[in-house]
Design a protein around this ligand. Structure first.
Ligand SMILES: [Zn+2]
Length: 220
């Protein structure tokens, strides 16, 4: 079977997710699921980590032109580093400013290096049967809005703690964020933001001995 980037390898309740959010309403992303929401140019989206241990895989695609998306490789080129800071502007694969970090109450440890988890990753880790995953959450969240992605981009991994050593090696560590931490992002273009409460429970990215849990977001 030829690979179709928009087609999920399996499904969960994300596919029945509400297709939108009210302005200013705080929306829960249940554990192991994803949500997509339209964010207009100039609006902000705040992602909230209620328990503090949960990683959010975050994507943004230009509304009406989903082949242009927030790109970690282009962002690293633009920033000259692999870690982001408050007031950084993250760019698309066409090098346009798209997402500006305007507030971050956490210690600021996020990842721009690691691909999102997918069904194949869990197969390789030894999971039995289908395992919820961020790639499928991305696909299902967009399908709920009627959007067909042409690619599953590398996500901005909010609160994911992947320290890179001087020799280039890295390790998987638990998040250092605390309960209630939030990050606020401003859209520089009309876009669709997609968030996945990463269901990774086979490496400690969501905390040592801690189960994947919910996230929340708010568009203002
Ligand atoms: Zn994941």
């Amino acid at each position: 079977m030829p690979y179709t980037p928009a087609h999920p390898d399996g499904t969960n309740a994300t596919q029945d997710a509400p297709a939108s959010a009210q302005f200013g309403e705080t929306v829960t992303i249940p554990a192991r699921q994803g949500r997509a929401v339209r964010v207009a140019k100039g609006q902000t989206i705040t992602v909230i980590n209620p328990r503090g241990n949960q990683v959010c895989d975050f994507w943004a695609l230009i509304d009406g032109s989903p082949a242009e998306f927030l790109s970690m490789e282009h962002t690293r080129t633009a920033l000259g580093r692999i870690y982001v800071r408050t007031s950084d502007v993250l760019v698309t694969n066409r090098r346009r400013p798209l997402i500006e970090i305007i507030e971050d109450t956490s210690p600021g440890v996020h990842d721009t290096v690691i691909a999102c988890c997918d069904a194949q990753r869990y197969e390789q880790l030894g999971a039995e049967g289908y395992h919820d995953n961020c790639a499928d959450n991305f696909r299902m969240s967009l399908a709920a809005l009627g959007v067909t992605p042409t690619h599953v981009p590398s996500p901005f991994n909010i609160w994911m703690n992947i320290p890179v050593a001087a020799d280039g090696s890295y390790t998987w560590e638990a998040p250092v964020s605390k309960p209630g931490d939030r990050i606020t992002l401003r859209a520089h273009e009309d876009c669709i933001c997609v968030m996945s409460a990463c269901p990774q429970d086979m490496t400690p990215v969501n905390g040592v001995g801690v189960m994947p849990c919910e996230l929340a977001f708010r568009v203002v």
